[in-house]
Design a protein around this ligand. Sequence first.
Ligand SMILES: [Zn+2]
Length: 302
Amino acid sequence: MFRGISINEFREKFKTERDCLQYILDKKTAGGYSCLKCRCNQYGKGREWHYLRCKKCGYDASATAGTLFHKCKLGLLKAFEIAFRVSVRKKGMSSCELSKEFGCQQRSAWLWKAKIQEAMKSSGKHALSGDVEVDEFLVGGFSAGEPGRSHGSKDLVVLAIEKVRDKNNKITIGRAYCRVVDDASADSLKKIFDEHIAPQASVKTDGWRGYWPLGKDWNITKEKSDKGAGFPILHIHIMNIKGWLRGVHHKCETHRLQQYLDEYHFRFNRRGFMNSIFDKLITKMTQAKPINYKMIKCELNT
Ligand SMILES: [Zn+2]
């Protein structure tokens, strides 16, 4: 496993397309091979060194087939370096910065960044279980909104954080997750609870009535928000997310806000494990199903 965090370490490890292809091949075989045609998990050598041939049906495919690296037009070396930069840099990089730095069209950088974000989605397997706080916030737009948590032209986001103590016994955030929701109804709010909050967690929310029905399945206590003062570290996290969206991405494409929030939290939740973050990303990219420009753009209409 590659554990480098500097660009020099990266370039020492990945010098050629073959180095990257080998890394993908290793991930594919280590993660348990599954034939794309028949799901058999026995394989043998394929027509080239980076091909795997199914023992049952004979389907022979490159290591990149069935992964986010499928039909990657940038070339694997550039694609790997972009994934490396986006994962290890504290604030990531926008597609505009990437296209300038890597000398590619912004469309290619945008598409590749979208594929990276696809792999940065949370698996939902590690629910928050200790002291959890949940609140909503608005992103984008300038409409003032109306009473009753209507959000006008802005996007409504729910945030869940887990409070932990650091080595100096100071309260800080462990992990955090965000979800873009249509409204602040109980049904919409429940999604982040289902995906990211364990039933045994002690959850604190403000008095908003949308949380009341969730008290049936989660242990929820109400606390006065007092414009955020009742939830200080949660509100610092909200400010950081907003600052990142404004500072790095200027105008985030709002139809892709969830993907940006996934990207932010992929890095945030691994900030203590920087030397495995790139490896984790590549692992997830070899496990995720391929997507293309059309599929990403189609999300616009959903
Ligand atoms: Zn097969």
